[in-house]
Design a protein around this ligand. Sequence first.
Ligand code: GLU
Length: 467
Amino acid sequence: MTSRSLTEVPSSDIGDNGRNAISTPENLVVVDSQPAGKESSDSQPSAPVKRKSVYDNVMAQFDKAADLMHLDANIRKILAKTENEITVNFPVKMHDGKVEMFTGYRIQHNDALGPFKGGLRYHPSVDRDEVRALAAWMTWKAAIAEIPFGGAKGGIQIDPAHYSTDELERITRRFTYALGDNIGPEYDIPAPDVNTNSQIMAWIQDTYLSTMSPHERHRNIHVVTGKPVVSGGSHGRDKATGQGIVFTIEQWAKHREVSLEGATFIVQGFGNVGSWASRLLTRLGAKLVAVEDVTGGIRNRDGIDPDDLLKYAQVHGGLRKYPTGEFVDHIMFMQTQADVFIPAALGNQITAETAPWLKVRLVAEGANGPTTPEGDAILQEQGIDLIPDILCNTGGVIVSYFEWLQNKRKEFWDLEEVDRKLRKKIISAYNRVHDMATEKKTDWRTAAYIVALSRLEMVYKDRGIFP
Ligand code: GLU
């Protein structure tokens, strides 16, 4: 049986040996390769798997919701398309003096609710189709969370592990320069995503500001969010996506009258999102019983200490061979009995093939697009609850909004204030989706879409279509 494996840049720190990958990816994406948990040397070459377009999945989700809510036909046409698709090809000098050409994207899906907003990812899988889908998901996320942003996404098709820190800095700066006025603090605001982090945001910020008159610079520091705190970043942005996931799981547990004390959970991906969600959920008394990343999977019914695992993964470049617990392959990992599954790695992980393996009560989607429409149908048949990505992982963009606001107002909020405001925002979003699912008697993903599309429909109806 073929299975998808993870591709994850481990949480190694940028720059310690000059050829490291960027640390703390926010989430991870899919490639078809060897089964997780096996070294590439023992794996058979896998037959090429025809990838379904990720944007097709977005459109399948969108169409289902649009039909059910009878979305205005004209607005439906608008939202089915991206507004702007920017592709830039740019040269960068490598450490050996040779020039390499890179391709970068920024796709702006919709800005009816506010400036375009969304991350930049550095990954070999980055292409126009994937970025389109990710940009549309950002539009829905901001609408559900009721933050004044539209949706965008971008990235460069590279494996950052193949470049030195200096090269990554030059690639990032040249990409920023190539994007020019296609980004801007009141127009389109990038943030971290897969394999990008606060360091990359600081380089983008510095490059963007360097192209302005010195008088303009301090007014424009909010051109990116997810910056280091000293450069105008927000407290709590680093853990925000994981924290948001945990707030939504807490709310689910309250509604379902499940105690998180002693509840069990499994996590796929141990980058920024997976590791933070694990650490924060463990603090509520829940027990992490299995984890997998690109290097392999481990399981321990007595519980895995996520803080210790993170330290191990940082030193060893992944969690393979972690000394406590049994080694599990991808299928065994997915079949682990637990209360909650947090996919925090790849797109297209819960599919027609893999969904039947799951033995959990709840899937809380930390990753973007981890479940295909076929996977969704199986989860529903099996009575597995779902907190969909466009609700579950909005903590990141919500705290990005807080960072943007703090920058505009020249304020600094402490962690307690950020956490309190995040909890309030994400719980109201959760309740809106819960109420919509009840009202329309539909699944949670469709309900989340209806919440987002209704808000966008209202704006278009108010404003009309120019001219
Ligand atoms: N990359 C994150 C996401 O997928 C955060 C985006 C942002 O903060 O703008 O939601």
